[in-house]
Design a protein around this ligand. Structure first.
Ligand code: DX5
Ligand code: ZN
Length: 216
């Protein structure tokens, strides 16, 4: 089983960015999770490609971009140009799977990993057509938009289901879990089948190294 920790830049202290990013790397994190919010798809605004470019300049970690924006396909290119290595978009942004799968194809053409995700309240059936084609399935374990929320326990079942679909069909996507991950919920998500644990407020708290290690 793959074990990846992806600290979320959303909770990073930007006044101390270089030092904090070094700490997560030394502790064993290999990915960074970059949350993009537009104030329309979710009720919050975060940051765009130019800030990501600056983060890239001080960190070699794999850049995992989570787009919580309307019309995500309009921005694939600019994020790739600024250093994105994986891009995950929301299934809710497309009217049907034909349109959404065209977006997956576009990401492959740009040479990055393609990920699909869904809000906690969205039916799992919505992402089924994507599973054969994507590299990452991101399970949102909180309502997207803000860091620091509590893990929704029902999402453990969802992780298990996505894991069992992967096993029975021989699919190869990585399962990522995002929202409310800490020393308690992280191991539970791993046990349910998660390969990647995204964590913001837990990692960038008092003891960065300890927190990252507890998720590995
Ligand atoms: C929430 C974001 C998350 C967020 C997680 O909309 O997608 O990536 O940073 O933050 P924590 O780990 O604090 O729940
Ligand atoms: Zn995220």
């Amino acid at each position: 089983m793959t074990k990846i920790v992806a600290p979320s830049v959303l909770s990073l202290d930007f006044t101390d960015m270089k030092k904090e990013l070094k700490k997560v790397e030394v502790a064993g994190a290999t990915w960074l999770h970059y949350d993009v919010m537009d104030g329309v798809f979710v009720p919050n605004i975060s940051f765009g490609p130019s800030i990501m470019n600056q983060v890239k300049r001080v960190s070699d970690l794999f850049m995992d971009v989570h787009l919580m924006i309307e019309r995500p396909e309009k921005y694939f290119d600019v994020f790739v140009k600024n250093g994105a290595e994986a891009i995950t978009f929301h299934v809710e942004c497309f009217k049907d799977a034909t349109e959404g799968l065209a977006a997956v194809k576009e990401l492959k053409k740009l040479g990055v990993k393609a990920g699909i995700t869904l809000k906690p309240g969205t039916e799992l059936s919505q992402i089924i057509p994507y599973l054969k084609h994507v590299d990452i399935v991101l399970v949102m374990s909180v309502e997207p938009g803000f860091g620091g929320q509590s893990f929704i326990p029902e999402m453990l079942e969802r992780i298990k289901e996505i894991n069992s679909i992967r096993q029975s069909n021989g699919y190869h996507y990585l399962i990522s879990v995002d929202g409310g991950i800490n020393g308690e919920t992280g191991p539970k998500a791993r046990q349910a089948g998660a390969d990647i644990l995204v964590a913001g407020s837990y990692v960038f708290g008092d003891e960065i190294e300890k927190a990252v290690q507890s998720l590995l």
